[in-house]
Design a protein around this ligand. Structure first.
Ligand code: THG
Length: 279
């Protein structure tokens, strides 16, 4: 299964056969007051800096989230997208719970974006899927619905199937659906990661779709987060995640290692290149 995303001219292929595509998470106001402050003042230098650092560290795609209480992301998301695309060619992942902000951003974006996200709730599918179709985008499908988040991997698979089928009815192809199996804090629930991993395996075996995950979610509230995130992303890749959302500054080495060890990096080219670039 191949999902194609595009920047202004650069094309990125997410392939279930690998290698792993890294979606940089850092353009996100959570605990980054400076991002909100600078963007609200119409200053895009800091967001460009976050983009540049992540691309240099191995990000293939950038997640762009500018949502914050008091911020009108129907204005700010498209402005940020325009500003980023003037400087950088990587495809963008538009991260907002507000369908109007997503649509406003798609109107100005060049290339083919990934929308973050739709879920199995009726309201969400009705709002987001027509936009995905109209703008020829791809979309992340979160495996939660009107019943909330289930801890049964089979039921999470069921939500993925529901999103896939609904998208299909609108003429959106399976290539353009990237499933998110819901990575959650292991500090809150000792079984959280096991449930996610079982879901990943089921989605790969039954649906064969590309999959993302918020790799850093698993370590909330714990020390030494980087080690946990690296272990989790490695397990997830083995099970079938193909485009994790993560901090490339901290996770690219583990991802390059996983690709090499799984026979997806001929002559260790990407491994060697990564360490040449970071030295
Ligand atoms: N699935 C999808 N989208 C998502 C998530 C997901 N978007 C948001 C989130 N989860 C993924 N993004 C982040 C961004 C930052 C952090 C975690 C997840 C994070 N930041 C550090 C902190 O809060 O302490 C600070 C920055 C750092 O040190 O790198 O943890 O699951 N579809």
């Amino acid at each position: 299964m191949k999902t194609i995303l595009k920047g202004r001219s650069l094309e990125v292929e997410i392939n279930t056969e690998g290698p792993v595509i890294i979606i940089g998470e850092s353009i996100n106001p959570t605990r980054r007051k400076k991002l909100v402050e600078t963007l609200s003042a119409g200053n895009f230098d800091f967001v460009h800096e976050l983009a540049r650092v992540q691309i240099e560290a191995g990000a293939d795609v950038l997640d762009v989230n500018v949502g914050f209480p008091g911020v009108d992301d129907e204005l700010l998301l498209p402005e940020t997208v325009k500003s980023l695309q003037q400087e950088f060619d990587v495809p963008l992942c538009l991260d907002s719970p507000n369908p109007k902000a997503i649509e406003a951003a798609l109107k100005v974006a060049e290339g083919k974006c990934l929308i973050n996200s739709v879920n199995g709730e009726e309201k969400s599918m009705e709002a987001i899927l027509p936009i995905v179709k109209e703008y020829g985008a791809a979309v992340i499908g979160l495996v939660m619905d009107d019943n909330g988040i289930t801890h049964d991997p089979e039921k999470r698979l069921g939500v993925a199937e529901k999103i896939l089928n609904r998208a299909g009815k609108l003429g959106i192809s399976p290539e353009d659906i990237v499933i998110d199996p819901l990575a959650m804090a292991v500090s809150a629930d000792p079984n959280a990661c096991k449930v996610t991993l079982e879901t990943i395996k089921l989605v790969r075996d039954k649906l064969g779709l590309n999959m993302t995950e918020g790799s850093s979610n698993v370590s909330f509230g714990l020390p030494n987060r980087e080690i946990l995130n690296n272990a989790f992303v490695t397990l997830s890749i083995l099970y079938g995640v193909t485009c994790p959302i993560a901090n490339p500054v901290k996770i690219t080495s583990a991802i390059r290692a996983a690709d090499l060890l799984l026979g997806r990096d001929d002559y260790a080219m990407k491994w060697v290149e990564h360490f040449q670039n970071t030295q």
